[in-house]
Design a protein around this ligand. Structure first.
Ligand code: GCW
Length: 604
């Protein structure tokens, strides 16, 4: 597939005279820019800082900025992109074409495109990448064996000049699968020896490898729990093998019962990560990083921050975001994630009310599932490029503002013309709210079609084994997660427990996440929950219609290919918004038999 770099924020380098200096007083990867008598200069303590400083300078020049006296350093030391690419070439939850790295069971890529990709990622500060899916299937388990290691090392070499280190997703059961051992029990000495030998071999080929990523005891993956061992036992045996080489184990915390009986109202999936991991605080080795999804459910449009974030004083943590739009429109619907990320990074975490603690001592890595593939425009929806760009910016500095980040992305990608920039910024900034309006209401989650997760299905997951229930009846909806219900809120700091436990203080957009409420409960707007549902679902469609009108009005200011492809996506989004509106409104109308106050069309 041919690819384009002329519609990305990083295009051909602008020529300018650049002076580079070493200043050992600057922090690692940081830089200081200046411009004296027309000569730009970048000072840094290391080579990475020089690279990031040059990109930052380039951005400023392209954006027409005049103040170059900037000093910056990353607030987070590991800024990680996780691809969910299978070795077959199919990307799990991928909406941008085939894998950039794999094809037909092999590592296979266009080196020129990959070099450009590495440069693109470095330009926003990303410094770690994992190419293969956390669901390690087929031959991808062999990435750490002599069979595929030379090809992996060659790929790592392309990323090295851009200061991007490689992470490999490995199967916890590798000692059995690859080594032919009778067990993968982490406390078995033979297993520890096997992991050490595997690590030695990988590091001989890729000496600067960042480490191994593991999804264990999760959605049918092997793990220590199945062998009667703890998550810490599992993570530590691998970490000890990596330690002599300076490597780390990135251990995912997405561990829950995915074979729940829907009749069981006490087991509550959002409680799972905290229940499994928090009691183990202090038992993980120093080179284990726990990778925690931002919310306790699963990358939903609206959830509270995971109670596990910040709840472990003695364990290194990474927050995991999802750039690929699995539950957020699949790169058909417009959804600028920056708005949601700003909210996540400024929302309270478990043991504190302060934002900075989320990115302070405990959170040393920010990681996200990639949204790129072999499509010509890299991300399927051209405007979804903004999400990759924004990820880099938020990982570098979680205190960023969505408005600034998106404004820069528009300026770099489409130019700084205000007639284009302002309306487009408005579209991007409102896109999350619009998507939320026509989706599952008030934090209820999971009203999507099963398996593929696009489009509405109010009871699609209701009687399934995945632990995802809203339990809507004729009179009420939602799950009581307070102490009177599943007890989930007790996993938070008492301040948050209290805040979420009272419907009067619980943030309204998450009301049905925490509470079971009657449809006639009156919201702060003065509307009942039911009328709120009807209204937002009508509004969502109108908002998408307005996006289309705005986009059409900007035609003269846009490159034709981007104009056409985005218009096509917006029209598909409109169909989706209408489908959500009609299915959700009809669902609640049939349950309640209460008509819309405004008498609009709801199908009986
Ligand atoms: O949200 C779910 C996805 C799975 C994914 C899993 C995970 C990689 O539907 O496709 O598997 O999360 O995060 O492990």
């Amino acid at each position: 597939m041919p690819y384009r770099e002329d519609r990305l924020w990083l295009q051909t380098d602008a020529p300018y005279e650049l002076k580079c200096e070493t200043d050992l007083a600057l922090p690692p990867e940081g830089y200081r820019l200046s411009c004296i008598n027309g000569v730009y200069s970048v000072a840094s303590a290391d080579e990475a800082g020089k690279l990031y400083g040059s990109y930052a300078l380039r951005e400023k020049i392209l954006l027409g900025e005049t103040d170059f006296s900037v000093t910056s350093a990353p607030a987070v030391s590991e800024r990680i992109l996780n691809h969910w690419d299978n070795i077959t070439g199919v990307v799990e939850r991928g909406y941008s074409g085939a894998s950039l790295f794999f094809q037909n069971g092999n590592i296979s890529y266009d080196p020129e495109r990959i070099r450009f990709y590495a440069r693109l990622l470095a330009s926003v500060g990303i410094n770690r990448i994992c190419f293969n899916n956390v669901n390690v299937t087929g031959r991808s388990a062999k990435l750490i064996t002599g069979e595929l290691l030379p090809d992996l090392a060659a790929l790592a070499e392309i990323f090295r000049p851009y200061h991007i280190k490689i992470i490999v997703a490995v199967d916890f059961n590798s000692p059995v699968m690859l080594g032919g051992l009778p067990t993968s029990d982490p406390l078995d000495e033979g297993v520890a020896v096997w992991w050490r030998a595997a690590a030695d071999m990988v590091y001989a080929a890729i000496p600067d490898l960042a480490g191994f990523l593991v999804k264990a005891d999760s959605e049918f993956r092997a793990g220590p729990a199945a062998l009667g061992r703890t998550q810490a036992d599992g993570a530590n045996v691998i970490a000890r093998a990596l330690k002599p080489h300076g490597g780390k184990t990135y251990w995912r915390c997405f561990v829950y019962n995915c074979e729940q009986d829907w009749r069981d109202a006490q087991t509550d999936r959002p409680k799972a990560a905290y229940d499994h991991f928090q009691p183990l605080d202090g038992t993980f080795d120093g080179n284990v990083i726990l990778q925690i999804k931002y919310g306790p459910s699963d990358f939903q449009v609206r959830e509270p921050n995971s109670p596990l974030l910040g709840a472990m004083r003695n364990t290194a943590q990474a927050i995991e975001l999802q750039i690929t739009q699995e539950y957020t429109g699949q790169q058909i619907d417009l959804y600028a994630l920056a708005a949601q990320w700003e909210e996540i990074f400024t929302s309270p975490v478990s043991d504190t009310r302060q934002t900075r603690d989320l990115v302070g001592r405990e959170i040393i890595a920010v990681t996200a599932v990639a949204n790129t593939g072999r499509d010509e425009n890299w991300t399927g929806h051209t405007l979804a490029q903004a999400n990759l760009y924004a990820f880099g910016r938020f990982a570098w500095n979680p205190a960023e503002k969505a408005k600034d980040v998106l404004n820069d992305w528009i300026g770099l990608t489409f130019g700084t013309e205000p007639q284009l920039r302002e309306p487009l910024l408005n579209m991007l900034l409102t896109s999350r709210d619009v998507y939320e309006k026509y989706n599952a209401p008030l934090g209820v989650c999971w009203m999507v079609n099963i398996h593929h997760h696009y489009g509405p299905s109010p009871e699609g997951y209701e009687f399934m084994k995945w632990g995802t229930y809203h339990r809507a009846s004729r009179t009420s909806i939602g799950v009581d997660r307070t102490e009177k219900g599943t007890g989930y809120t007790a996993q938070y700091h008492p301040y948050l427990d209290k805040l979420y436990s009272d419907p009067a203080t619980c943030p309204e957009e998450m009301l049905l996440y925490f509470h079971r409420m009657p449809y006639d409960y009156i919201l702060k707007s003065g509307k009942t929950i039911l009328q709120h549902i009807y209204d937002t679902h009508f509004e969502g469609v109108e908002d998408v219609e307005n996006y289309i009108a705005t986009w059409i009005s900007m035609k003269p200011l846009l490159p034709d290919s981007a104009y056409q492809s985005v218009l096509e996506r917006l029209r598909r989004q409109l169909d989706n918004a209408k489908e959500w509106r009609d299915v959700i409104n009809t669902y609640f109308y049939r349950l309640t038999e209460i008509p819309d106050e405004k008498g609009r069309m709801i199908y009986p």
